[in-house]
Design a protein around this ligand. Structure first.
Ligand SMILES: NC(=O)C1=CN([C@@H]2O[C@H](COP(=O)(O)OP(=O)(O)OC[C@H]3O[C@@H](n4cnc5c(N)ncnc54)[C@H](OP(=O)(O)O)[C@@H]3O)[C@@H](O)[C@H]2O)C=CC1
Ligand SMILES: O=C([O-])CC(=O)C(=O)O
Length: 441
């Protein structure tokens, strides 16, 4: 027989845990505490529901009953409900003000690597406390709890708060950074236009939520594919946030390109600099070997094999994701997480003299003649304040311009295909057939 009982206590966080006996499951809210050095619990009521299947001859103990609040899924998680008195702690006196980092797709593969790097301090710095706001869905909520439990168990000193939730309007509240990773993967037989529409709707919704509740100067990095067009949709739905603040992640492509040039030149990859990825995070992307440098020299002076540069190198970078999926059985997660960390570090630390980095950013006002009103990967520099400027001293040749034009045409076609999501009228999809996400080949 089944016994259903509710426990009396307090909180606003709802979770489900399976008991060790495997005969009972608990749907409980988490105890919330006021965070002080002494970790004194606050007397907020907690509620829990326990369902047990027991044999009819077993004695059933009466259990106290009080209503739960099953709708509230966005509050502090576990140990992160404890408040530390920062002033009382000598070592924290030099810490900066806590920043809020929102992450969507937080229960996914990429996040499973990224969150721990963020919490460790290696991205924002050893004096930068962070609060994590993790967005999941009904589908992923239990997994998200698992993620939060692992974060608890890491005892990261800089991780001051973790919240999990399924409503972007709650999770994105006061976000200083929004790392938007969640997206539906393209399944077998799904048209690219279908993927653009499904994921575009996610990014339109999240753009609206950011517009409504995030910090007005929030920096947004869109990872979920197709990331350039998702970023465009997101920024169009967030008119209060500067368009310049939205990025589409192409740092993984930059890192892949550096690796291939280093391999060919027989140097370690720290010798490769000034690497631009132009355009879309797709197989039309253009890894720019004309402006890149190896040991400070133009690539073409070090690698004299033009055919390899134009064909072998370019295609290898464009299709690296797909080759990896064939081998690994899933898309790049660890290297993507590292590249997100790199992308953030490039914005919060000054760019080394003479160098630059690639990121997909808003084209309006660009000095290269690329169509306006797209999100296009271009070379950028930062003084470390989270902002960036486009690099001006870039050279072009016919090959480079021709390739850039192809990627630009693809993004213009994607944009027409999502006009219903950017507020620009009726969508019309005429996507070039030969172009794909890096993982789709
Ligand atoms: N820009 C780049 O360089 C790269 C981008 N990517 C892209 O990043 C994204 C995330 O990759 P990864 O973390 O490996 O993927 P996972 O499949 O592990 O996680 C993706 C998350 O997306 C969420 N999601 C949102 N909507 C849907 C939906 N309709 N169906 C299924 N899941 C959905 C899910 O979380 P929830 O249920 O909580 O919403 C899920 O946890 C993908 O779009 C991938 O193509 C990957 C590598 C490189
Ligand atoms: O297509 C994917 O999901 C993977 C991807 O973007 C990449 O590896 O660059």
């Amino acid at each position: 027989m089944a016994v259903v009982a509710e426990l009396s206590s307090s909180s606003s966080y709802t979770k489900s845990t399976r008991l060790h006996s495997s005969q009972c499951s608990i749907s409980s809210t988490h105890l919330s505490y006021l965070r002080r050095r002494t970790f004194r619990p606050v007397t907020r009521p907690r509620a829990a529901t326990i369902t047990c299947s027991v044999a009819s001859d077993q004695v059933q103990a009466p259990i106290a009953i009080q209503a739960a609040d099953p709708n509230s899924k966005n509050d502090c998680y576990g140990v992160f409900c404890l408040t530390y008195d920062l002033k009382a702690e000598e070592e924290t006196k030099s810490w900066k003000k806590t920043i809020n980092i929102a992450v969507s797709g937080a229960a996914g593969m990429i996040s499973n690597h990224l969150l721990f790097k963020l919490a460790s301090g290696e991205v924002f710095g050893a004096d930068q406390p962070i609060a994590m706001k993790l967005l999941g869905s009904e589908r992923s909520f239990e997994a998200l709890e698992g993620v939060a439990m692992e974060l608890e168990d890491c005892l990261f000193p800089l991780l001051r708060e973790v919240k999990i939730g399924i409503n972007p309007y709650e999770v994105f509240q006061d976000a200083d950074w929004a790392l938007l990773i969640g997206a539906k993967p393209r399944g077998p037989g799904m048209e690219r236009a279908g993927l653009l529409d499904i994921n575009g709707q996610i990014y339109a919704e999240q753009g609206k939520a950011l517009n409504a509740v995030a910090s007005p100067n929030v920096k947004v990095i869109v990872v979920g594919n197709p990331c350039n067009t998702n970023a465009l949709i997101c920024l169009k739905n967030a008119p209060k946030i500067p368009a310049k603040n939205f990025h589409a992640l192409t740092r993984l492509d930059e890192n892949r390109a550096k690796c291939q040039l280093a391999l060919k030149a027989g140097v370690f990859y720290d010798k490769v600099s000034n690497m631009t990825i132009w355009g879309n995070h797709s197989t039309t992307q253009v890894p720019d070997f004309l402006n890149a440098r190896i040991n400070g020299l133009p690539v073409k002076e070090v690698i004299k094999d033009q055919k390899w540069l134009e064909e072998g190198f370019t295609e290898k970078v464009q299709k690296r994701g797909g080759v990896l999926i064939k081998k690994w059985g899933r898309s790049s997660a660890a290297s993507t997480a590292v590249s997100i960390a790199d992308a953030i570090k490039s914005l919060v630390t000054p760019t080394p003299e003479g160098d630059w980095f690639s990121t997909g950013v808003y084209t309006t006002g660009n000095p290269y003649g690329i169509a306006e009103d797209l999100v296009f990967s271009m070379p950028c520099r930062s003084n470390g304040d989270g902002d960036y400027e486009l690099v001006k001293d870039i050279i072009f040749d016919d090959y480079l311009l021709q390739r850039i034009t192809k990627s630009e045409a693809e993004l213009l076609a994607e944009k027409r295909c999502v006009a219903h999501l950017t507020g620009e009228g009726v969508a019309f999809c005429d996507l070039p057939e030969d172009t794909m996400l890096p993982g789709e080949m």
